[in-house]
Design a protein around this ligand. Structure first.
Ligand code: UD1
Length: 369
């Protein structure tokens, strides 16, 4: 094996919970490929339940840098990240920067790298809601247009990029969260009894609810519709388990009751067990929509649209928005599990390996065996 040049160093920028989950799939593949990864945590998410619990739970290495930017307005938060990431990049001089998804940390990582002419690779490229009011849409459009390698999880993501004139550097890899799901499937089963008894929950007899999108928590009419829908389901006898994102926690203070259990944000494995055994998942999270489909649990999306259009087209998820009638009506019975259909959309569990191989090929080829 030849020695790699010193610049075969990759800086990965993460900052928010879904990025720690995706890194849990990709980081081990990078390690297996002997790529040297410098992990930068912007500090966008900082509560134990939103951050450290994932690093511990996944045995992720401690980040080399924690920029501790914390919460602020979008401009201030992104600005603080940009300055701090720039100084890390100037010090580390990596051969490429890897970013995930669509958060302010993604945007800052991509912008900082672009300004220093360091090539960018984007995991989960090509997703679109076509709604520029969403901060995530702005972040992902900018990140995609700045990236040299675009890891698109699905055929639809590839098509979205093509429609914006981006074809060079686009690789359809499959979905890294599906990799993680497949790798941990046996563990979910082994933990089922313990987790269900912790929440006094029984298979198929509760609804798992999460809400964190700014439009759903901050627009009064949206929140009212969602709250009414969930309240009606509880009044009709449904048991509700609701892990509350920090943004939503204050809104749920008066919501806990006999039939509604509000919990702190939960670790990955516990969440997967609860998704797997729920009658249905009601959520505005993109990640949970997918995970519900992986487990064969019906999903009611608390948004008017979704970036994961394949889920709706394939009958894995339905869109209810914030309309309380639709929310109540759309909670359906369990459907037959169709793993073949899921694999057709999300790959076969080797997305992270494809990503690490492409990174080596594209940026670190010389000197690599
Ligand atoms: C961010 C992402 C969103 C992603 C989500 C996953 C952006 C624009 N949005 O949204 O795409 O789906 O992460 O959770 O980047 N807070 C805490 N503790 C924490 C983190 C946040 O209390 O550890 C509170 C703060 O009051 C903060 C609010 O939650 O103002 C929102 O956090 P923020 O990082 O702005 O965005 P998210 O809503 O988490």
């Amino acid at each position: 094996m030849k020695m790699r040049p010193p610049q075969s160093k990759l800086v990965t920028v993460v900052g928010a919970r879904p990025q720690f989950i995706k890194a849990a799939a990709v980081t081990p593949a990078l390690k297996a490929a002997e790529l040297s990864e410098v992990l930068v945590h912007t500090g966008q998410h900082y509560d134990w339940e939103m951050s450290a619990s994932f690093f511990r739970g996944f045995n992720l290495p401690e980040p080399h840098y924690n920029l501790e930017v914390g919460s602020a307005s979008h401009g201030a938060q992104t600005g603080r990240m940009l300055e701090a990431i720039e100084s890390v990049l100037n010090k580390e001089k990596p051969g490429a920067v890897l970013v995930y998804g669509d958060t302010n940390s993604t945007l800052a990582g991509a912008l900082a790298a672009a300004k220093l002419n360091i090539p960018i690779a984007h995991v989960e490229a090509g997703l679109r809601s076509f709604d520029r009011e969403m901060p995530e849409e702005v972040n992902r459009v900018v990140a995609d247009h700045l990236s040299s390698l675009l890891f698109a999880p699905t055929a639809n993501a590839v098509e979205n990029l093509r429609a914006e004139g981006i074809t060079k550097g686009v690789i359809r890899t499959g979905d890294v969260m599906f990799d993680l799901f497949l790798a941990n499937r046996k563990i979910f089963s082994s933990l089922a009894d313990e987790v269900l008894s912790k929440y006094s929950a029984r298979t198929g007899e509760y609804l798992l609810v999460t809400v964190h999108r700014a439009e759903n928590t901050d627009k009064k009419a949206y929140w009212t519709g969602i709250r009414e829908g969930i309240s009606r389901l509880a009044d009709d006898g449904a048991r509700i388990i609701w892990p509350a994102h920090p943004r939503t926690r204050p809104l749920l203070e008066k919501f806990s009751g006999k039939r509604v259990t509000v919990t702190p944000p939960l670790p990955y494995l516990e969440t997967q067990v609860l998704v797997s055994h729920a009658k249905a998942v009601l959520t505005d999270s993109g990640g949970l929509q997918k995970e519900a489909a992986f487990h064969g649990t019906p999903c009611v999306v608390l948004r008017d649209g979704t970036e994961w259009v394949e889920l709706v087209e394939g009958g894995f998820a339905v869109l209810a928005g914030h309309d309380s009638d639709k929310i109540v009506k759309m909670v359906s019975k369990r459907r037959k599990f169709d793993m073949c259909a899921i694999k057709k959309v999300f790959g076969s569990g080797r997305s992270s390996v494809s990503i690490s191989m492409a990174l080596i090929r594209e940026f670190f080829g010389k000197g690599h065996a």
